[in-house]
Design a protein around this ligand. Structure first.
Ligand SMILES: [Zn+2]
Length: 455
């Protein structure tokens, strides 16, 4: 046989076998609330502010498409129904986890792959029993049934579960985890000590809430999403080197977008992208054995950039001066209200300059300053403003006004403090990634993974 023809046949066989191959390593990344506009804002920040030519890792993937997110009972989904769709492939009603719309339990791809012998890791930056991670192991009609959800986490026997905390780590749950070989570790210091085959990694026990904390707030001694991702990957490589499935949720993105805090959302998406890059580096070492899919469960905030009423060029460099999230700054304002000291407008201007660069690095028009000062007077002197209530926080009214000004300076506008029905992005690379290159419905995502692994 002609040598060239022989090489072509060998090449074709290798290509066909690679196409038919099942991935040994599957990564699903879910940016909670990460609609296309916040991704675009994070991308624009890299391009316009950093100007170093680095694109987000997820935007470098060869497959980029979209996904519809509506739930069984509403055009706008919550994270429970969307998580169930992505994890199990069933549309369900908002609030329900791991059950279809008729409250019949449905099985997640994580549970099915675990059954097939894949090691499983479930990671998030919010609580490990929140809706998105929960969809991969629990079956409850209401997403806040933490007693049941935590027991289901213990029953899962998954090799790795990580997040900010768990709401109901009762003696019964801990005993069940222990019986299933799952040991609980707290905080980053515990990472080097993980020696159980099945590990649960949570925030330090004295950490205050159900979120590992925003990067922008610079909390010390907390877990970070890239750190959790890397720990999970190393753990799965050690206990299940032949095959594993990992889900990583960027849960803080949703919290920042509910707050309409553009700078923190961009920071959290870039942080989520660092976690994706850890998987991408693994893919580059195992390109014919790995699949990575990145998506969001829904859009939050209904963001748009460079609104026509805002003067161009909408510099995202405004966020370089932001050193506190809206949540952190709001709590600071509330503490100031409780304080005996009387704060003047000049005191506050100094705080705004130090924390957000306002007046010093970011010019504030006379008109905008008057609006801000009026809100300061109403909030701190007359004490007659009401907090803004969103899903995860109550924001001090003055903090809300400050963030409206910062978002305006950066050219960002939000249409809601809740979720929107906008479609979300899908990015994929690796074995079978081409299956995601269409206008997806969220229930298609586990369907494609099942097809790829022959389920
Ligand atoms: Zn949300």
């Amino acid at each position: 046989m002609n040598k060239r023809l022989y090489l072509v046949i060998i090449g074709l066989c290798a290509l066909l076998s690679a196409m038919a191959q099942q991935p040994k390593y599957i990564f699903v990344f879910i940016g909670d609330g990460m609609g296309i506009a916040p991704v675009q804002a994070a991308e624009a920040y890299n391009r316009e502010v950093l100007a170093d030519g680095t694109s987000l890792t997820m935007l470098q993937f060869p497959v980029a498409s979209m996904c519809q997110t509506y739930s069984a009972n509403a055009p706008i989904t919550d994270s429970a129904a969307a998580g169930t769709a992505i994890a199990c492939g069933s549309k369900t009603r908002n609030g329900m986890l791991g059950m279809d719309a008729d409250t019949v339990a449905v099985t997640s791809i994580a549970a099915q792959l675990h059954e097939m012998g894949y090691g499983v890791g479930i990671c998030t930056s919010v609580s490990a029993d929140d809706a998105t991670p929960g969809a991969f192991y629990t079956h409850v009609p209401y997403r806040k049934q933490y007693d049941q959800i935590d027991l289901d986490a213990a029953r899962s026997g998954y090799e790795f579960i990580a997040g900010a905390g768990m709401h109901s780590l009762t003696d019964e749950t801990l005993a069940l985890m222990h019986r299933n070989g799952m040991e609980v570790y707290y905080g980053p210091e515990a990472i080097p000590t993980i020696n159980a085959r099945r590990a649960v990694l949570l925030s330090p026990q004295d950490a205050p809430d159900w979120n590992i904390g925003y990067l922008i707030d610079g909390h010390q001694g907390r877990l970070t999403l890239p750190q959790i991702t890397e720990t999970c990957l190393r753990h799965l490589q050690s206990v299940s080197p032949e095959r594993f499935f990992m889900m990583v949720e960027g849960g803080s993105i949703d919290h920042a977008l509910h707050a309409n805090d553009g700078g923190t959302a961009i920071s959290e998406i870039r942080n989520f992208d660092r976690a994706i890059n850890i998987a991408y580096q693994f893919y580059l070492e195992h390109p014919t054995e790995t699949l990575i899919v990145v998506t969001a469960d829904h859009d939050t905030g209904g963001m748009s950039r460079c609104h026509s009423s805002i003067s161009l060029p909408c510099p995202l460099s405004v966020f370089d001066h932001q050193h506190a999230s809206k949540e952190e700054f709001s709590e600071r304002c509330k503490a100031m209200l409780r304080d005996r000291r009387i704060y003047t407008w000049d005191d506050m201007k100094q705080i705004l300059a130090e924390t957000f660069g306002l007046f010093e690095s970011i010019p504030v028009s006379t008109e905008a300053e008057q609006t801000l000062q009026d809100m300061f007077t109403a909030t701190f002197e007359q004490r007659n403003t009401a907090d803004q209530q969103t899903l995860y926080a109550n924001f001090n009214a003055f903090a809300v006004e400050v963030f409206r000004l910062i978002n305006d300076a950066a050219g960002l506008r939000f249409t809601t403090t809740s979720h929107s029905g906008n479609p979300v992005p899908v990015f994929a690379v690796g074995v079978g990634a081409w299956r995601f290159a269409q206008f997806n419905n969220n229930i298609d995502l586990p369907y494609h993974i099942r097809q790829i692994v022959g389920l």
